[in-house]
Design a protein around this ligand. Structure first.
Ligand code: RUB
Length: 320
């Protein structure tokens, strides 16, 4: 897939979900590297950085996107020839895609062990990492039932209920505002993440913070399924995660909005759940309390203060 095509698909949400976005970006950079005609490594690097900027400008919140760009282009400056640089990008992209798929499978194994036979689980939005845990628990023979939210305004809940139905899992589909009414019927909440900050806050689909609040009030455990490349190294420097605000027309059709000149539609796509509301973050390296987010950033994203000055953020990512 070529870069502008992938960028458009991410922008229009044809490709969506933080993990899938990251893999699509790695794939686009790999294919671009294979196609670029540049005699000198400096020109090749410039071309790749231009492609990276196009991809980075698509959606601002999922930190898996800049992390994937950085992982794939980490060694761009060191190659002596264009062919060396090209081979490095291709290798890194393929490694990233493979390790990302492996991470999701590993999280499913770890996450499923937190689901007990007979549990009812609530999930919000559509997260392959969160669904992986639920489907694996079912595959292991545990009798489970799911509550899945609708996820206004883009209705990602429809994708979730189709996946659960196809997996043979009994599911209740509810509107987002019904979470508190059903939370006492739920044993465990499992959601995904678009970003995890150094202080363990979880950025995920709008409504996640309300789900977490209801879960805390009802003493229901809140588990987040997140690959290590969803952790945000630059939050160590105090950088905040930008919350994407999408067009109001996703919430209220333009023809109605036009008749209401004093009404402004606000449509933030994500919200922030503080660490105190999260019981566990399940990563492919194991399950951690959110307060240990710093350790993941240090050990698996390999941050170093000097490396924060590269164009794509911290260098030295460890992509196994
Ligand atoms: C998707 C969303 C998902 C996370 C994690 O938002 O918030 O919960 O991205 O998903 P959108 P995954 O639909 O706006 O992209 O586990 O699949 O990476």
């Amino acid at each position: 897939m070529i870069v502008p095509e992938t960028a458009n698909k991410i922008k229009s949400m044809e490709i969506r979900g933080a993990g899938r976005i990251a893999r699509a970006v790695a794939e686009a950079l790999r294919d671009h590297a294979l196609a670029v005609q540049a005699p000198a490594p400096a020109a090749f690097r410039e071309e790749m950085e231009r492609a990276a900027s196009t991809l980075l400008a698509t959606r601002p919140t999922a930190v898996s996107l800049p992390n994937a760009v950085h992982i794939v282009l980490a060694d761009l400056g060191h190659a002596k020839t264009t062919e060396e640089a090209r081979a490095d990008v291709v290798q890194r992209a393929d490694d990233f895609i493979r390790s990302s798929q492996h991470a999701v499978e590993q999280i499913a194994q770890f996450g499923a062990s937190h689901i007990r036979d007979g549990d009812t689980i609530l999930t919000h939005c559509n997260s392959e990492a969160a669904l992986g845990c639920i489907i694996e628990a079912h595959r292991q023979g545990k009798e489970i039932e799911v509550f899945a939210t609708e996820v206004r305004p883009r209705n990602q809940g429809l994708i979730t209920i189709r996946t659960l139905n196809d997996a043979g899992i009994k599911t209740n589909f509810i509107v987002d505002s019904a979470v508190r009414s059903f939370i006492n019927d739920v044993d465990l909440v499992i959601v995904g993440a678009d970003a995890v900050t150094v202080n363990g806050a979880v950025v995920n689909k709008i409504g996640t913070a309300q789900v977490a609040h209801s879960a805390r009030e009802a003493r229901v455990n809140m588990v987040v399924a997140a690959e290590t490349y969803k952790f945000a190294p630059r939050t160590i420097l105090g950088e905040l995660i930008r919350i994407e605000e999408r067009p109001g027309s996703e919430v209220l059709p333009d023809e109605i909005a036009r008749t209401l000149p004093l009404v402004t539609v606000r449509n933030p796509a994500f919200d922030v759940t503080p660490a105190e509301y999260v019981d566990l973050i399940v990563t492919e390296k194991g399950a951690i309390p959110p307060q240990m987010a710093y350790v993941i950033i240090r050990d698996y994203l390999g941050w170093g203060i000097d490396e924060f000055h590269t164009p794509f953020g911290p260098a030295g990512f460890n992509c196994e």
